[in-house]
Design a protein around this ligand. Structure first.
Ligand code: ZN
Length: 186
């Protein structure tokens, strides 16, 4: 990542909106933003192949559900955050993965310029490719600041996307089981 380019770009934006870029409050902003971008876009440098390494010698056949995982991402259309919760379920077919690996995969995909639909399907696709499960399902529930603070200005409104693969697609009872588990509050 080229931090100097980011710095120049941010200085141009500040100049473009009519700010005085020498003003003490913002003179270091381009540098600060460049360091922040390195962090919030750090998922770009991790290849998808490095995500979700299965645990050797461990098997399990029942549904694994991870719900209410908080995440933050950046909308690639407006460069404003969207954030909320993700729910990930899969039914293994021999291979399983550490729970923290699922969270890490979500984090790395979220730390790229994204749209919510793609984040959802990329995660489902990576789980499908790596673990070859009987099925998997990803649901993401998020608020987009580009909708809350500008444009249609509907603070608090949520966008829900889902990606359904394998048995979750073919068998409604399996899908319903996951949705029930997500709704459960205990
Ligand atoms: Zn947007």
């Amino acid at each position: 990542m080229d931090l100097k380019k980011i710095e120049k770009g941010v200085a141009l934006i500040l100049d473009g909106i009519g700010e005085n870029i020498a003003r003490p409050g913002i003179k270091d902003t381009p540098e600060r933003v460049s360091r922040m971008y390195a962090e919030i876009f750090s998922g770009l440098k991790t290849p998808d192949e490095d995500l979700l390494k299965p645990i050797e010698g461990e098997t399990h056949d029942e549904m694994v559900l991870l719900k209410d995982i908080p995440f933050y991402s950046i909308c690639e259309h407006h460069l404003l955050p969207f954030f909320g919760k993700a729910h990930i379920a899969y039914i293994p077919n021999g291979k399983i993965v550490g729970i923290s690996e699922l969270v890490k995969a979500l984090e790395l995909l979220a730390k790229r310029p994204q749209v919510q639909e793609r984040l959802t399907s990329q995660l489902a696709d990576i789980i499908s490719q790596r673990l070859k499960p009987k099925g998997c399902m990803v649901i993401i529930d998020a608020e987009h600041l580009c909708m809350s603070m500008r444009g249609i200005k509907k603070p608090g409104s949520k966008t829900v996307t889902s990606a359904v693969r394998g048995i979750f697609r073919s068998k409604q009872s399996t899908r319903d089981e996951m949705l029930e588990l997500i709704k459960r509050k205990d």
